[in-house]
Design a protein around this ligand. Structure first.
Ligand code: C2E
Ligand code: MG
Ligand code: MG
Length: 672
């Protein structure tokens, strides 16, 4: 036990490699200084004794010891040049520790051998030499406490033994002094050494925390997949690499396609309802399983290791959106991965006894060496994803030239819309909605118009999506609603206002509340106002759309489902939403007079509305024949160019004030 304790005091502990390395680094820096002190002091002593002591003591032995020291200095110098990875720090420290005993004994013995020569002053020099040198050396050895201790023990014992025996009171006092000072120094050094250990360990903790932070900052906490930040960092580094390579391969005609880095964006269809129906816990489990399936396709783990070039990088970008990057095989490979993803996610998921079916929409775009930033490729992939969602479900869409043109147009519109003061450039027109039985006007649908100084007239089918993308839609809707209500206030009290809302107006509870306040403050009775919403808006977030619709209804505002039949036309929407009206899309009416299937469809839609006890507007009636056919089927309300094109506010007011039947003499209205 005692031997082991002694060994642990005088030995070098090797169980902590980090500590050994830090000790080595600090120690090796101070070692040349220690040899310098040792040699200067020793030659100083040799010089004062050269005339009175034999040459082997004043020249040969110091020369030999100097040689040994020189070899050690050389050794430390060479070690310092070696790469740190090759160092055997523990061995070097243990060697230094062992050598400290030998050298301390050798130098102490040599010093004491000179003590008998000369007079009192010479002996005092020996004592001074031993005392001052041991203190200097202990300081330099502070990072190898065992060696410092060894030197202290040997020199102090030798000093005390020799000078204590002289019987000279001055020397005895010196011996006591040296022992006490050395002991005090060792005590101070051991406190310092403990601080050094604590510093190393806190540095290590800090590094570990840093690593963990880095990992967390780049990892999605739910699925442990790389997150959005990591996805963009990865894309950025690929872009940099591609940029350099692009200058070499860029001229080859098909080099872009085969070498292009591609981005795929995955959006889960049908995830929102899962959250709504089964709760967020199940939604989370589902996302974890989705991530699992994706990673199995890519084979690339999230542990932060470097990604092999031939593997796909998958990441969760947020919510139910995932993304991937391919580095090899160009667009063809990216499409293959996309198809595999669709197939993998089409397999039903089993979560807590529930069988959940999903599908994925995927948009893909290739990085081009001319792309200034990675944001461009992401935007193109996002646009392709948007197209994929529009086309239907479970589709892979590659960003094409045509998409490029449409996208460029969208961006132009977006920019033009944002740049100018759109308040002065947008206006409203009003299209009559007519009661088919009486042929009389019952409502106007407000339709937005935009005249851009640079682009001319732009259709709302183009600028409303641009306003949605760039975030202008909510203030735009509020502005238009205020103006529409101002106009409606001038109409006879029996004429209602139908007003279109965008999906973004319905998805925000705050915006819905503001719209309602505008209606309530307008002076127009809420019962005269109807909001038209599309199926897409309902589908984006069913429960939110329902909440908002209920709020409108409670205030007396009506809700109409616009463009019915063009979206997913799910009967659940009819059932779950508090609807007052359906607006049957004009595609069903087009040529209905000569089309028996079309007639049957419209007839069954009309019956459904009657059964559900909700109103029905048939949109897009362009000819008398269509009008008569729909009327014969029992259509209650109608809208279309045959009855009237959208009218300016003044003309709308004149029409409302005239209170004449429209359907009776539609040619008059067509001329307006
Ligand atoms: P919507 O709400 O279904 O409006 C009917 C669209 O069909 C209008 O086009 C109208 O001019 C057009 N239309 C009416 N009768 C006929 C017809 O007999 N034949 C044909 N071919 N078309 C007819 P518009 O004004 O270009 O609006 C297009 C869409 O833009 C609207 O479809 C609506 O979804 C949206 N929109 C228009 N104004 C607004 C608005 O103020 N806010 C929002 N969020 N969307 C709006
Ligand atoms: Mg509408
Ligand atoms: Mg419509």
């Amino acid at each position: 036990m005692a031997v082991r304790a002694l060994f642990s005091i005088f030995g070098v502990q090797g169980d902590d490699p980090d500590l050994v390395k830090a000790q080595y680094a600090a120690f090796s820096k101070q070692i040349p200084l220690m040899y310098f002190i040792l040699l200067v002091n020793s030659w100083g002593l040799a010089a004062t004794h050269i005339a009175i002591a034999p040459a082997f003591l004043t020249i040969y032995i110091p020369a030999f010891l100097t040689l040994v020291c020189a070899v050690r200095i050389l050794y430390w110098w060479i070690e310092g040049l070696r790469p740190t990875a090759d160092l055997d720090a523990l061995r070097a420290l243990r060697k230094a520790n062992a050598l400290s005993w030998v050298l301390a004994a050798a130098f102490a013995a040599w010093g004491l051998c000179l003590a008998p020569y000369g007079e009192m002053l010479h002996r005092s020099h020996v004592a001074f030499y031993m005392g001052i040198t041991v203190i200097g050396c202990i300081f330099c050895l502070s990072h190898l406490l065992s060696a410092a201790l060894a030197v202290t023990v040997i020199v102090s014992l030798a000093f005390a033994a020799y000078f204590g025996m002289t019987g000279n009171l001055v020397f005895i006092a010196m011996a006591v002094d040296l022992v006490l000072v050395s002991a005090a120094m060792i005590a101070v050094l051991s406190v310092q050494y403990r601080d050094f250990l604590a510093l190393i360990s806190s540095k290590r903790t800090l590094l570990a925390l840093n690593e963990e932070n880095k990992l967390l900052a780049n990892q999605d906490s739910l699925t442990s997949m790389p997150n959005r930040r990591r996805f963009f960092a990865e894309l950025e580094s690929d872009h940099q690499a591609d940029h350099h390579a692009g200058h070499q391969v860029g001229h080859h005609p098909d080099s872009l396609d085969r070498h292009a880095i591609c981005v795929g964006l995955i959006d889960l269809d049908g995830f929102k309802p899962v959250n709504d129906i089964f709760g967020h816990g199940t939604g989370d489990d589902l996302l974890i399983q989705v991530a699992d399936r994706l990673l199995r396709l890519g084979g690339w783990g999230p542990e932060g290791e470097d990604r092999p070039a031939n593997q796909t990088f998958f990441a969760r970008l947020g919510g139910d959106e995932f993304g991937y990057i391919t580095r090899q095989g160009g667009l063809a490979a990216a499409v293959d991965i996309g198809t595999a993803v669709c197939a993998a996610l089409a397999e039903p998921f089993l979560i807590a006894d529930a069988r959940i079916e999903l599908s994925a929409s995927i948009g893909i775009a290739a990085l081009s060496p001319t792309d200034a930033t990675v944001a461009s490729v992401y935007e193109r992939a996002d646009h392709a994803l948007y197209e994929s969602k529009r086309q239907g479900r479970g589709e892979v869409v590659v960003f094409s030239k045509e998409h490029g043109e449409a996208f460029a147009r969208l961006l132009t519109i977006e920019r033009a819309f944002g740049k100018h003061n759109y308040e002065d450039e947008v206006s409203l027109v009003y299209q009559p909605i007519v009661d088919m039985a009486s042929g009389r006007l019952v409502a106007f649908e407000a339709l937005a118009r935009w005249y851009s100084p640079t682009l001319g007239h732009v259709s709302p089918a183009e600028f409303i999506p641009a306003a949605e993308r760039s975030g202008f839609i909510n203030p735009l809707t509020r502005l238009l609603l205020r103006r529409a209500l101002e106009d409606a206030l001038t109409w006879p009290a029996g004429i209602r206002l139908s007003f279109n809302l965008s999906a973004r107006d319905v998805s925000s509870g705050e915006q819905a509340l503001r719209l309602l306040n505008i209606v309530l403050a307008s002076g127009v009775a809420p019962q005269r106002v109807e909001f038209e919403i599309t199926e897409t808006a309902i589908l984006a977030d069913m429960s939110q759309a329902r909440t908002v619709a209920l709020m409108f209804k409670a205030a007396g505002v009506g809700i109409a489902l616009d463009d019915f039949g063009t979206g997913y036309s799910s009967l659940t929407h009819l059932h779950e939403m508090p609807l007052d009206k359906l607006k049957i899309d004009r595609s069903f009416v087009n040529g209905i007079d000569g089309n028996s299937t079309g007639k049957k469809i419209v007839k069954s839609m009309l019956r459904m509305c009657a059964d559900l006890d909700i109103g029905c507007v048939i949109e897009g009636i362009e000819t008398r024949a269509e009008y008569e056919t729909v009327k014969a089927l029992g259509g209650p309300l109608a809208q279309g160019y045959f009855l009237s094109r959208p009218l300016s506010a003044d003309k709308a007011l004149a029409l409302a004030a005239a209170d004449a039947p429209l359907a009776a003499a539609p040619e008059v209205m067509l001329a307006s």
